[in-house]
Design a protein around this ligand. Structure first.
Ligand SMILES: [Ca+2]
Length: 196
């Protein structure tokens, strides 16, 4: 699905949600659940301060700072197998609206300022239809993190370290405004440079 179609669909869903009004009926709220299936295809992330480019060495005009975005796969399903939720019903999709990201590390080489890079209230818009997988790209290490003194120090030879990124994805079942939080995690290894 292209982005224009997705935006159109989102607008349609939000319009329908507005028409339907809000419901606090917990039975309705529990009809659909959304889960994270994988983060970064189940693999840890190697986050580098610099990519050395095709020539494999520093310089040469092809070095670049890699921005780390990982694929996250969401899946929606009926709360239990005895429920039958029609594909086109009001409550047949889960809407992802955003996420928080918190950094933690017990690695002695991790900087004390790692949690300065926590992300709160990041926006994300994705519709996860029932019994469907949706892949979303989530920003883990933005440019300002790559420019941090400790990250540049690793590039200069300081020790690498490992940390955990704990995500709290946020959203709601279509047709409701009841906030649901979905936890997930990712191991991240911070290193100096990688080669394409
Ligand atoms: Ca290079």
């Amino acid at each position: 699905m292209n982005s224009r179609a997705l935006i159109t669909m989102m607008a349609l869903v939000m319009g329908l949600a507005a028409l339907a009004g809000c419901s606090d009926n917990s039975n309705e709220l529990n009809r659909l659940v959304c889960e994270v299936e994988t983060v970064n295809e189940g693999a840890p992330l190697i986050s580098a301060a610099l990519n050395l480019g095709n020539d494999g060495v520093s310089g040469g005009g092809d070095d670049f700072v890699p921005i780390d975005m990982v694929p996250v796969i969401f899946r929606s399903r009926a709360y239990n197998s005895t429920m039958n939720i029609p594909d086109d019903s009001t409550y047949s999709s889960f809407i992802i609206t955003g996420y928080d990201l918190a950094w933690n590390s017990s690695d002695p080489n991790a900087p004390a300022t790692l949690s300065d890079h926590n992300i709160t209230g990041a926006l994300l818009s994705a519709k996860v239809p029932i019994d469907d997988d949706i892949v979303v790209g989530v920003l883990v290490a933005p440019l300002e993190m790559k420019n941090a003194g400790w990250f540049q120090a690793i590039l200069g030879g300081a020790p690498t370290f490992t940390a955990t990124a704990t995500f709290t994805f946020k959203g709601h079942v279509s047709g409701t405004d009841h906030l649901v939080e979905i936890p997930a995690g990712l191991m991240v290894n911070f290193i100096g440079a990688v080669v394409e």
